[in-house]
Design a protein around this ligand. Structure first.
Ligand code: MF3
Ligand code: CO
Ligand code: CO
Length: 295
């Protein structure tokens, strides 16, 4: 069942890419002048287990992404456009010496993803204002000192319906339970099993085709972190791995369709969606969350 009060989300107008000063170091896919060389891939097969040096850099990138996410969240109110939220995130990242990883990644034109109501993920910030009761997933990735930190939170414009508030809380809980289960010596499938079994209690849809991923020097790399019980997920979790857990749960089904813009993903049944994401570092006895904003 979808929240009933609001017309379907439609595409708005997207403004040109925002500039990034030359003083900010950029990922290889977004060179200061021109475009990435054709034969260069967007992402590499980074070693899944990272060096201590890379992890230290990821602590920094993760924290900046988390602070940006929370700063954008403070601006989520009825009447604000996702374009304005993008401006807030863009400027916050630049002010903290970070490049907005999504800007120019595979042609994505903005500095964060803003996915409203039935939009599952990869929503492009545009000029349409949020309405009272809307839910918006803000997914921010920061590139600093050669590594990415990737995080998403669900925010509300004004008061959400009870049903949507619970969806967001339980999606967060599903992520936290999966984070707790992510320990060395277990197969990666444990993550999706925890998410799916928790979501089932409430009859939520679990989006299957957009997954967590290894992250570090590359934005999206091995291993794939399926958000459901996937038999292919046999890779063992090891200390030193860095990856995201990012469940997307719906009030309906998991079928989706892509908008003609080639990015925006909406549920087919228009059911509303919540998403949370953290970047994690696996330690000997659990997972360290790299995208916390607290001190
Ligand atoms: N941050 C998203 C993720 O969690 C990816 C966005 S890629 C973009 O994996 F191109 F859509 F920006
Ligand atoms: Co991610
Ligand atoms: Co993300």
């Amino acid at each position: 069942m979808s929240a009933p009060t609001r017309a379907a989300i439609r595409p708005g107008t997207v403004t040109p890419m925002r500039p990034v000063p030359a003083s900010i170091s950029r990922p290889h896919y977004a060179p200061l002048s021109g475009t990435k060389a054709k034969d260069q891939p967007w992402d590499l097969d980074d070693a899944p287990v990272k060096t201590a040096e890379i992890i230290e850099k990821m602590r920094h990138a993760g924290r900046i992404a988390a602070l940006a996410r929370d700063e954008v969240g403070k601006h989520v109110v009825p009447g604000v456009t996702t374009e304005e939220l993008d401006r807030v995130g863009h400027e916050f990242l630049l002010d903290h010496g970070a490049y907005p990883s999504t800007l120019g990644y595979k042609g994505f034109p903005k500095s964060l993803c803003s996915s409203v109501n039935e939009i599952v993920c990869h929503g492009i910030p545009d000029d349409l204002p949020l309405e009272m009761g809307d839910v918006v997933k803000i997914d921010v990735t920061a590139f600093v000192d050669g590594v990415h930190g990737d995080t998403c939170a669900t925010f509300f414009a004004g008061e959400p319906s009870e049903q949507v508030r619970l969806l967001s809380e339980r999606t967060h809980e599903a992520m936290m339970r999966a984070i707790n289960a992510a320990r060395p010596g277990r197969p990666i499938s444990v993550i999706g099993r925890v998410i799916e079994s928790y979501a089932r209690r409430f009859d939520y849809g679990v989006i299957r085709d957009f997954t967590g991923h290894g992250v570090g020097p590359s934005f999206h790399t091995k291993p794939t972190i399926w958000p459901y019980d996937e038999p292919r997920a046999t890779t063992m979790i090891e200390a030193g791995m860095t990856f995201t857990i990012e469940p997307m749960l719906t009030l309906g089904g998991y079928a989706w369709e892509m908008w003609p813009d080639g990015w925006t993903i909406a549920t087919k049944d228009k059911s509303w969606v919540a998403q949370w994401e953290h970047t994690l570092h696996i330690t000997d006895d659990g997972a360290e969350i790299l995208t916390l904003s607290g001190s």
